[in-house]
Design a protein around this ligand. Structure first.
Ligand code: NAG
Ligand code: NAG
Ligand code: NAG
Ligand code: NAG
Ligand code: NAG
Ligand code: NAG
Length: 578
């Protein structure tokens, strides 16, 4: 039994399997509460990675990847664990489990929780075995009456699923089991991410009557050529009517299905909407969707390895994603931590059936302090208005824009098909008829540093479609910091709304080093990481701006100061037990 103090633990973030090795020295980090980039209300475990979030007996659980051993990464990843009653404030718990069997001796990697009908949660996870093969294992709670589920045990059955020459699965590409769902025949199903040697990405399907004895199906649930490894797949139903979530085994005319995969080759999360054919046990994306890098993304910024769970208390599906740093590893070491979770987002199917909508969970309201409200303000051409009265570095801003005279919009260049490229053309230098207009956040007093989240509206060049306008949303970090070493890409996406009939909304959560934005009512999300040198704390400023040649109306604006949540505060003294 070794007791390790947090202050000398070095942590590393392990990307599902291999690579991304963020060596983190926690020395000094937790004591220094004035660290400018440490967030106030975004979940920051000592180290993090998305495993299985869930709610059990009214308690929310978040499990994350954590390496408590030694000064260098040694693959002995364990499942870190925190609990919450509101998804906002988090209490650290001892790690749920760690490598201990031949089937996981080289690491306990990502996985998911399933709650069985007798109200027993079980976790399927990827273990790295003695031979460095990826295999799927199970753990069960020791005491199901304990709502905090502190102790977990591994039945002697592990591993439950193995790659081998017979099933043709590559042992280095077989990971991240999903939450299982129950078929009409009483059998459980689960998918595991994989790929073939010629880059066909696969969601391999397994079935079981008892959850322990699993049989591989001949056909995968879904596959797509030339996509490479599928990490952290997520497969779940969404209601066709309304924003309530549905339980993972739901099936029928009232639901569509969603398949999300994290493409290892691009490090982005893509989803398709489609139908689950229960007879053939395959998923068929709707017309227009292909499960590859052309599919819509859950977030067009920094966001990977996301996972959802169904909250049966509030009847909603909640999405979390892992938000990487954009700073060099040496800065992560200096600040003593790396990686965040996105703010938890409620997710549901839009009325059109063609896209998913996301919105920060309502519990964010418990953090709100002072509020500023505007109504019907005109932002004239090439001007800006400062939002006074809220803490600019830790705030929630919700704006409704309306553009009266869309006739002045420029026609989009036919070659401008890649939104990220348009957003990268150099922020304010690119003037157009309508926009850029939006929020200028984390802005220094002399405007040497700022991060822009904005829209531009163009007339469509394509006469074959009935969309008359193209709405572009950008989150531009290029001027976010005087520090030139950070990744300061601009991110962007098109927003599928018609500005001649609909108002254009922008909700942005600002939290020191993360700017998380929801455009068009949650149709497009973009998360940025920024590290200003000057626009820190009270020296940051917040504006609504309009650099276009036409004025823009702010129909309404609400902004709130947000308090800090209590997140893993006791972790400094929490002993870790091997
Ligand atoms: C590891 O590989 C060896 C040699 O191929 C084999 O005999 C053994 O069964 C394997 N162990 C596991 C846990 O698969
Ligand atoms: C199981 O958990 C319950 C609730 O926390 C507790 O009352 C009970 O003592 C625990 N049982 C054991 C055997 O630890
Ligand atoms: C596991 O399930 C398969 C297929 O249903 C069955 O053939 C096999 O006998 C089962 N094995 C055990 C140990 O129950
Ligand atoms: C996705 O697949 C479609 C259909 O095969 C193809 O046209 C498109 O180029 C692919 N996109 C990417 C990014 O691979
Ligand atoms: C994390 O961010 C770094 C720095 O921007 C980048 O090099 C790396 O590819 C990112 N990793 C993922 C998984 O997004
Ligand atoms: C669309 O672009 C093409 C090619 O540049 C151009 O010839 C055409 O006039 C444009 N259409 C409209 C409606 O502006």
């Amino acid at each position: 039994m070794a007791k390790l103090k947090f202050s000398n633990i070095v942590l590393s973030l392990l990307l599902s399997l291999l690579l991304f090795n963020f060596i983190i020295d926690l020395e000094a980090s937790y004591q220094d509460l004035n660290q400018p980039y440490r967030t106030g209300y975004h979940f920051q475990p000592p180290k993090n990675w998305m495993n299985g979030p869930m709610i059990y007996k009214g308690i929310y659980h978040l499990f994350y990847q954590y390496n408590p051993y030694g000064a260098v990464w040694d693959a002995r990843i364990v499942w870190g664990h925190s609990t919450s009653v509101d998804l906002v404030n988090w209490t650290p718990q001892p790690p749920a489990f760690s490598p201990s069997q031949p089937s996981d001796i080289n690491g306990c990697w990502s996985g998911s929780v399933t709650i069985l009908p007798n109200d027993t949660p079980v976790i399927l996870y990827t273990g790295i075995d003695q031979n460095k093969s990826q295999v799927q294992n199970v753990v069960v709670p020791v005491n199901v009456s304990d709502p905090f589920l502190i102790e977990w045990s591994k039945p002697p059955l592990n591993p439950l699923m193995v790659p081998n020459a017979v099933n043709g699965i590559n042992p280095t590409r077989f990971r991240d089991p999903t939450t299982a769902w129950l078929g009409h025949d009483g059998e459980w199903r689960v998918i595991v991410g994989s790929s073939t040697d010629d880059r066909r990405g696969l969601a391999i399907l397994y079935k079981s009557r008892d959850f322990f004895n699993w049989t591989q199906s001949i056909k995968p649930l879904h596959y797509q050529d030339l996509t490479g490894m599928w990490e952290c797949p997520d497969f779940f139903p969404v209601s066709r009517t309304g924003s309530d979530g549905v339980e993972t085994s739901s099936f029928g005319g009232d639901v569509k299905h969603v398949l999300k995969v994290s493409l290892f080759e691009t490090l982005h999360d893509y989803y398709t909407i489609g139908s689950y054919d229960r007879e053939k046990d395959v998923y068929v994306p709707d017309l227009g969707f292909v499960q590859n890098g052309s599919a819509p993304r859950l977030d067009y910024g920094k966001f990977y390895a996301s996972k959802t769970f169904f909250d049966d208390v509030k009847k909603r599906r909640i999405l979390w994603g892992w938000v990487n740093e954009s700073s060099p590893a040496k800065d992560d070491i200096e600040k003593g931590w790396s990686g965040l979770q996105s703010f938890p987002r409620k997710m549901w199917l839009d009325e059109s059936g063609k896209e998913l909508l996301q919105w920060p969970i309502e519990e964010i309201e418990t953090l709100r302090g002072t509020q500023v409200n505007w109504h019907n303000k005109v932002i004239k051409a090439e001007s800006s208005l400062q939002i006074h009265g809220v803490t600019p570095a830790q705030a929630d801003v919700d704006v409704m824009f309306k553009v009266k005279d869309l006739e002045k919009a420029d026609v989009i260049e036919p070659s401008w098909t890649d939104p990220q490229k348009i957003c990268s053309q150099g922020d304010l230098l690119v003037k157009s008829g309508i926009g850029p207009f939006g929020l200028m956040v984390l802005t220094s007093n002399d405007m040497e540093e700022y991060t822009l989240v904005y829209f531009r509206i163009f007339k469509s060049n394509d006469t074959n479609t009935n969309t008359k306008y193209v709405v572009l949303m950008c989150s531009d970090q290029s001027r976010s910091s005087l520090n030139e070493e950070n990744d300061k890409a601009a991110f962007g996406a098109f927003v599928a709304i018609d500005p001649s009939h609909q108002t254009l909304s922008l909700r942005t959560l600002i939290d020191h080093s993360i700017v998380e934005s929801y455009g068009g009512g949650g149709r497009v999300c973009i998360t940025s990481r920024v590290y200003p040198k000057l626009a820190i704390g009270e020296n940051a400023n917040l504006f609504v701006f309009n650099k276009g040649t036409q004025s823009v109306d702010v129909l309404s604006l609400s902004a709130w100061s947000l308090k800090s949540a209590q997140i893993n505060k006791e972790s400094m003294s929490l002993p870790f037990i091997e």
